[in-house]
Design a protein around this ligand. Sequence first.
Ligand code: KMH
Ligand code: ZN
Length: 271
Amino acid sequence: MEKLIITAAICGAEVTKANNPAVPYTVEEIAREARSAYDAGASVIHLHVRDDDGTPTQSRERFQECISAILRECPDAIVQPSTGGAVGMSDMERLQSTEVEPAPEFATLDCGTLNFGGDEIFVNSDNTIFNFAKVMKERGIKPELEVFDKGMIDIALKADRKGLLVHPLHFDFVLGVQMTATVRDLVFMAGSIPPGSTWTVAGIGRSEFDMAAAAIVMGGHVRVGFEDNLYLEKGVLAGSNGELVGKAVKLARLLGRDIASPAEARRILHL
Ligand code: KMH
Ligand code: ZN
């Protein structure tokens, strides 16, 4: 089995300091949280950025600043900007994270529209997805295909049939938002992608470590972090993203799976 790639989703666009005071907003806080995750064993930093007051933004300048600050702390980390941004942002706004220099090696590509809780709908039409895929291909950015249910795998494969994706594909199964996060769901998702693809699972909320444990034994990869879950265990807020990554590392060690360095992650992901 390949070594385990751990992605840390350190910030997100939805969680706030009211949910957990360690959620980072400023450039310095984002660099601090990336460093804590990297030191604990994360090779990929999934990045959203905020204004200093916590408002989510997709500003190219803010991404540029945060990426530089992260790379000063963790020079070989794989920084994966979000093109999802926050619910309600326009496509143009969201694509700014792909416009940093040098072009990012990896970025998310959300593969469908979904219910995001309450009245929130995260909109990704087929044309949005195809256009984002085209832009990423032109810029040499590998998409992490964010799929929140099985239908989104099928939409990603439509983009593939149009020649917009480069193989091997890499998927992130985000379970616990629109689709439930059970081992049965995860096995179904992992069995529904083209042979030779790689995958990560992001279990949302309390499912984060159930899904991590399943992925570790199935040969997938793992995403943890404040974007997805704020708690180290029931009722105990995590003090940093590093604590969440540390728990994933501990699970992997218990189950006999080694952790990939950034260089090993680049090889496994064909970056
Ligand atoms: N914040 C969500 C609306 C991504 O990073 O690509 C979208 C999201 C997915 O988090
Ligand atoms: Zn995200």
